[in-house]
Design a protein around this ligand. Structure first.
Ligand SMILES: O=C1O[C@H](COP(=O)(O)O)[C@@H](O)[C@H](O)[C@H]1O
Length: 255
């Protein structure tokens, strides 16, 4: 099977979230049949959080041995711990607080009330990634979820900003983000692209243009999602509205 990007279209956000949740559970069980542990990178955003809620709601949720799964984040908003706008808090509310995952398996970014600077927070998260990286700069990420903004941003890598081109670090501080809050932390493109599987989750007509441009070969500086590709698989899980500008030949047959 090739590692071409694939687009799977669902009728609406609800069926999209339920389908990705089912696929995640099946894939993670398979991964844990083959290896001792799994590393999953979570995203913030509306659809990413809906997927976590759908995993939580699934009767098959606990077929996964959660004690062998570790969670990381693609990006975080530089806000105090527990803030409802933090990506980690939204993931805890939707899923993590409801499953038997050991606290040490959950790797949130530092928070703005942690007493360290944004720059030091980026260094600290990079060090945590490296500490779990078996000699690499980051663990082997088995599944990485990414939302996609209407401007084509992924994680906190925005169009026409230097972040999308940074290659010598695993984590960067982000300032003056076009989307609030202004200060953020983000994995870099090479770190995201080190993932075995990248699963993009997006819905809504406001995402159609960015998705269409990315799949038509836009430059990553213009549309950052265009620069993202997992090692084994890159799948866009989208709803019909987001898919409206996707070239027909890239849409996988419905299943
Ligand atoms: O701020 C963020 O937004 C993006 C996209 O969010 P969405 O609600 O438009 O899906 C998300 O991917 C990112 O993690 C988050 O920090």
């Amino acid at each position: 099977m090739t590692n071409e990007r694939r687009v799977l279209v669902h009728a609406d956000t609800e069926s999209l979230a339920a389908s990705v949740a089912a696929r995640f559970i099946t894939k993670t069980v398979d991964i844990l049949d083959d290896q001792a542990t799994a590393n999953v990178v979570l995203t913030g955003g509306r659809v990413g959080t809906a997927v976590l809620a759908a995993i939580n709601a699934s009767p098959a949720r606990d077929t996964i041995d959660w004690s062998r799964v570790s969670f990381w984040w693609g990006d975080e908003r530089w806000l105090p711990a527990g803030d409802a706008e933090r990506n980690d808090q939204q993931a805890r509310d939707a899923l993590l607080d409801h499953i038997s995952v050991p606290a040490e398996n959950v790797h949130p970014y530092p928070s703005s009330d942690s007493g360290i600077s944004l720059d030091d927070a980026a260094l600290q998260y990079a060090a945590e990634l490296a500490a779990h990286g078996d000699g690499e700069g980051a663990p082997r990420f088995d599944i990485t979820f990414l939302g996609v903004g209407p401007d084509g941003h992924i994680a906190s890598l925005f169009p026409h900003r230097s972040g999308i081109s940074i290659e010598d670090r695993s984590v960067i501080p982000v300032r003056k983000s076009p989307k609030p809050p202004a200060e953020r932390l983000s994995l870099t493109r090479p770190t995201l692209n080190s993932s075995e599987r990248v699963w993009m989750v997006l819905s809504g007509a406001d995402k159609a243009s960015a998705l269409g441009l990315a799949l038509a070969g836009a430059a990553r500086d213009e549309v950052p999602v265009a620069g993202i590709k997992g090692r084994k698989r890159t799948v866009f899980f989208v709803d019909a509205d987001a898919a409206s500008e996707v070239p027909e030949n890239l849409i996988a047959p419905s299943y």
